[in-house]
Design a binder for this molecule. Structure first.
Ligand code: AMP
Ligand code: MG
Length: 485
């Protein structure tokens, strides 16, 4: 039966030195039931949906897919700036699926039991947070932001002990790879130079084959990773996504968003917004994300300096230059993105001032980030919104209109560009919570399915999305999100 599912698994990670992983089997659970299957993703990676539905055991780790040799990956990481050894404490890599389009993607179970890296943890996951990962990662994908995705969520028929008992679940993740900045830190800290080089060559092969022949391919690796992060983090900022726990183990080499623990979207535009319960000092606040990206890249650079040049002192200025370029690249991506959000085709020098002014006004009037751009896109301004009632906004609006006249594109073209870059809806915190609550407390998946449906096309501006764009007043006031639960 499992043969016809469509598995086409390879295990290239295991051709790296054994130091990078541990062979480990997922721990079987009592009664696996698939409660969410991502049909379009399954199809995309070459899996048969009907067959998958008949094999829920695979999504809980009770049965291995054909060709799987499961492992847990070793990695380290700076957690809130403190360096420590981590690793897949509750995740198991089943293998790498070679898709019909010949892409290689990791298939990983999360919540599938203890591994040698579990430290004190139980290796398990609760249903709520796994549904959260499913909703948020799919929403990000639909927003056109690079991300790992969720193939399925299965309940285990067992409970996990947290503050109280919750139903247990396993999420199946699909990712370009699970190579992290922390994987390189692990190699640098505890491996030999050969281990580190094997890892870097593997990353280049898998993600950046074009740099293979470069004079200094490890410097090129740093540049490419830095480019991807400058792109990714700008995209986060442009939709108001707060990752929440940008530790170096949660930053991928592929440039995909990973680790949907405490993430949440910004409602009111406020750069200091933090939702994560443990981020007391706001290290990972919305406005800090671009800088943290740079900080993490600097840790990556440190880890591979010795590959860039045997003499690390000689490598240092080269790496520094790349990190400086990251700042420029990020700024440019953000500015380009903001221009598209405002319908500007022909970027000019003082557009930055126009953008800054709008953001300042939004901050001052506590305006909703997504809905401000939504209103500008629709050219409809709710009278209840304080920002739109202010004289300063009327003045800004006029300046913006004047600016739009300095390009040849029609009003329709401007609106089209804005629609493509300003989501009509995002996964609002209260909607996400409502969907999870209905699923976990009542076994009602209808709320979540509806949410997923409207989130699947965030740039559509359909009527059924309207209700999902509303935000209850002060709904963020005490909103908190949590890590690794
Ligand atoms: P995260 O917050 O998801 O980035 O996780 C940080 C580290 O904690 C990683 O090494 C995880 O594998 C590990 N971890 C998180 N939750 C658990 C758990 N319930 N059991 C074992 N390890 C865990
Ligand atoms: Mg993590």
């Amino acid at each position: 039966m499992t043969k016809t599912i469509g598995w086409n698994l390879d295990n290239s990670y295991q051709r790296l030195p054994g130091f990078f992983y541990s062979r480990v089997s997922p721990t079987a659970v009592k009664a696996p039931i698939i409660i969410k299957l991502n049909e379009s993703l399954a199809k995309e990676i070459g899996l048969n949906i009907e067959e998958l539905r008949q094999n829920p055991e695979i999504f809980a780790g009770n049965q291995l897919p054909n060709g799987s040799i499961p492992i847990a990956q070793a990695y380290a990481g700076h957690q809130f700036a403190n360096f420590t050894m981590l690793g897949d404490g509750r995740a198991v890599l089943l293998g790498e699926q070679i898709t019909p389009a010949k892409k290689r993607v990791d298939i990983q179970l999360k919540g599938s039991g203890k591994t040698p890296y579990s430290r004190g943890g139980d290796g398990r996951a609760a249903l709520g947070p796994m549904l959260r990962e499913y909703i948020m990662s799919e929403a990000m994908h639909s927003l056109k932001i690079p991300t790992n995705r969720s193939l399925a969520v299965a309940t285990t028929g067992e409970s996990v002990q947290r503050e109280v008992d919750f139903p247990g679940a396993v999420v199946t993740r699909v990712a370009a790879s699970h190579l992290r900045v922390g994987t390189f830190q692990y190699a640098r800290q505890w491996g030999t130079k050969e281990d580190l080089q094997a890892l870097a060559d593997y990353a280049i092969d898998r993600h950046f084959p074009d740099v293979k022949e470069d004079d200094n391919k490890y410097l090129s690796l740093l540049k490419e990773v830095s480019k991807r992060q400058a792109d990714l983090i700008a995209k986060w900022q442009l939709v108001g996504f707060i990752h929440g726990v940008m530790n170096t183990d949660n930053m991928t080499i592929s440039g995909e968003t990973i680790d949907y623990g405490p993430c949440a979207f910004l409602n009111t535009y406020d750069k200091s917004t933090v939702f994560s319960s443990i981020d007391i000092r706001g290290r990972y606040a919305y406005g800090n994300q671009p800088d943290i990206g740079g900080w993490n890249l600097a840790r990556f650079a440190e880890a591979i300096l010795i590959l860039i040049n045997e003499d690390e002192q000689k490598a240092l200025p080269l790496a520094k230059e790349v990190i400086e370029q990251y700042v420029t690249l990020y700024d440019q991506n953000y500015l380009n993105g903001m221009c598209t959000k405002l319908g500007i085709f022909n970027q000019q020098a003082d557009d930055e001032v126009l953008i800054r002014r709008l953001l300042d006004l939004m901050e001052q009037h506590k305006a909703d980030f997504t809905n401000t751009f939504r209103s500008l896109t629709l050219d409809q301004f709710d009278e209840e919104v304080r920002l739109f009632q202010s004289k300063a906004f009327t003045k800004w609006y006029q300046q913006w209109q004047d600016r739009l006249k300095e390009q040849t594109e029609s009003k329709e073209q401007v609106q089209q560009l804005m629609r493509e870059h300003n989501p009509s809806i995002i996964p609002r915190n209260h909607r996400v919570e409502e969907a999870i609550e209905a699923a976990v407390s009542e076994g009602n998946y209808h709320v979540m399915d509806q949410l997923l449906s409207v989130l699947s096309n965030p740039y559509a501006y359909t009527l059924d999305q309207e209700a999902y764009s509303k935000v209850p007043p002060d709904s963020d006031e005490n909103y908190q999100t949590f890590c690794g639960t």
